[in-house]
Design a binder for this molecule. Structure first.
Ligand code: SF4
Length: 507
């Protein structure tokens, strides 16, 4: 059987279909339905792979492998989704060993939605590492993880083929560009294929391909996400109940109008999905990823409509699928005739940023202070290093210095004393106190109009972007990754840990 890697490396537009695992045992009706649908999909020549979700929407569900095991021998490749919300790095590593041992080799590495309600309330989120940390870790397993302390002891290599997601339907520049910068890091960390977030705007769909070309990433397989809408999901998406998914008012109104028809909008939804596949194909995506489809009849109808289109029909569909948000920012200039983005960079991107509320005195002073204290062999670097070396304290710094650090940082950044400081990488914003998911390698995909998916605050990465833009340094944001926080340093001096080369900046 051809591997997913082989499949994506051969010519032609490929099709994957999403199966959603549900709450309950494998005998639970919804899980049985998913398996049955999966088995029927395996019989379809047009299906290239099946993807299975991991606690989708943050809700508990049976493990994707429990469903995947029933489909493994049926002749189709399986992608298992692996998210960081419910397991720490050790749990994720254990999951990875289990996947490899069970013969699953395709993983979609995702940070994940914030956990939703479980037994007796909302679950405590984990987010020990993020998608970047997960990709980094899986890459280590593929290289044969070295667990030796004094001499090299390598474990058997895994053979994971890795993918990641990008949330590209973002409204504002300070949300969109950090998403693209994070995408670059996901690729650097080993992602071979990229699936974008659900969205219904052809211009943004084309922008991702422009970005791919702009960054010479043609060797990466872009897969276009096509979510077949329904009466239920139109409202769910329009009310922003699924983080990162945008369904604008004009599209909602169009759908509501179609729902009045005799088939309750079914033909419209099927056709919309087929048209989106055609657009993705026409734009040069490697494949389409079909979600929201739950029975084989719907799948067959979509594929029949898709197959009926002529080579250039997608260009017309592009003009129909223009459901962008008001004042939406695009990285590339739009072409009014085609409805797509051109290859010309948006001049706003190249402008120096304005002094917004996020570019404040705290930032300017912190930046200067950091330079004096932490530039190797300059300023107070050697003094600090020598003081900490001599201290012999468990705090990794003299007590008075630790007290001074904590007093200042608590006041300025609401420091939580993690000991492995990321302030310098997030334009002097603390991920522990100001990011619900403690994201240290770029934003998660959940923001809505710059606001955090969880709290009513601006995303720290959008604020950090404003700050770096003000300095004319936007491409430097996220240069630092991967940051994998060392929890062993909690309650110790982060200054001392930097000078003594114990924190993530050295490791
Ligand atoms: S990242 Fe850690 S050390 Fe730095 S300010 Fe936040 S809690 Fe404090």
């Amino acid at each position: 059987m051809a591997t997913l890697q082989n499949i994506l490396n051969t010519s032609g537009f490929k099709i994957g279909v999403e199966l959603v695992s549900s709450r309950g045992t494998i005998t639970q009706e919804k899980n049985q339905k998913a398996i049955h649908f999966g088995e029927q999909l395996c019989e379809q020549e047009s299906v290239d792979w099946i993807s299975i979700t991991d606690n989708a929407g943050g809700y508990p569900a049976i493990s994707p492998t429990d469903i995947g095991k029933f489909l493994q021998s049926k002749g189709k490749e399986i992608i298992i989704h692996l998210t960081c919300k419910d397991y720490n790095r050790n749990g994720l590593e254990a999951k990875a060993w289990e996947l490899s041992s069970d013969g699953f080799s395709n993983i979609l590495a995702i940070t994940g939605d914030y956990p939703a309600t479980g037994i007796k309330g909302i679950a405590k989120p984990v987010f020990d590492i993020d998608s970047i940390g997960l990709l980094y870790s899986l890459k280590q397993l593929n290289n044969g993880l070295d667990i030796g302390k004094k001499k090299e002891i390598r474990l058997n290599k895994t053979n994971f083929y890795l993918g990641a997601v990008v949330s590209n339907f973002k409204k504002n520049e300070n949300e969109l560009i950090p998403q693209y910068l994070k995408l670059l890091k996901k690729i650097e960390m080993g992602a071979n294929f990229i699936i974008n977030q659900v969205g219904y705007d052809a211009a943004k769909m084309s922008e991702l391909i422009q970005f791919q070309k702009y960054k010479n990433l043609e060797h990466i397989h872009m897969i276009g996400n096509v979510f077949m809408l329904s009466n239920f999901t139109v409202n769910l998406f329009h009310k922003n109940r699924i983080p990162g998914v945008i369904l604008t008012k004009p599209l909602q109104e169009k759908c509501l109008q179609e729902i009045q028809s005799n088939d309750r909008g079914k033909s419209f939804f099927l056709e919309l999905a087929a048209k989106m596949l055609a657009i993705y194909k026409g734009l040069g995506y490697k494949g389409g990823y079909l979600g929201g489809v739950h029975n084989i009849e719907d799948y067959k109808r979509i594929m029949k409509i898709f197959a009926s289109y002529g080579n250039d029909d997608w260009k017309e569909f592009v003009l129909e699928l223009q459901y962008k948000q008001s004042n939406e920012f695009f990285m590339f200039e739009k072409d009014a005739v085609t409805g797509l983005t051109s290859s010309t960079l948006n001049p706003i991107l190249l402008e120096k940023g304005k002094r917004t509320e996020h570019v404040n005195m705290n930032y300017t002073i912190s930046k200067r202070f950091h330079k004096i204290l932490f530039t190797k062999s300059k300023g107070l670097y050697n003094t600090g290093k020598n003081l900490c070396k001599k201290s012999n304290s468990k705090l990794n710094a003299p007590k008075w210095l630790y007290a001074l650090e904590q007093t200042g940082k608590k006041f300025l950044f609401d420091c939580q004393d993690c000991g492995d400081c990321s302030l310098q990488e997030i334009a002097y914003l603390c991920p522990e106190s100001q990011c619900a998911k403690n994201q240290r390698n770029g934003p998660c995909g959940g923001t809505l109009n710059t606001k955090c998916e969880v709290k009513d605050i601006d995303c720290i990465w959008a604020r950090a972007y404003d700050r770096t833009k003000y300095n004319g340094d936007i491409w430097k944001l996220l240069e630092h990754v991967p940051v994998i926080q060392n929890h062993d340093l909690e309650g110790t001096s982060s200054w001392g840990n930097f000078w003594l080369e114990k924190d993530h900046c050295t490791n």
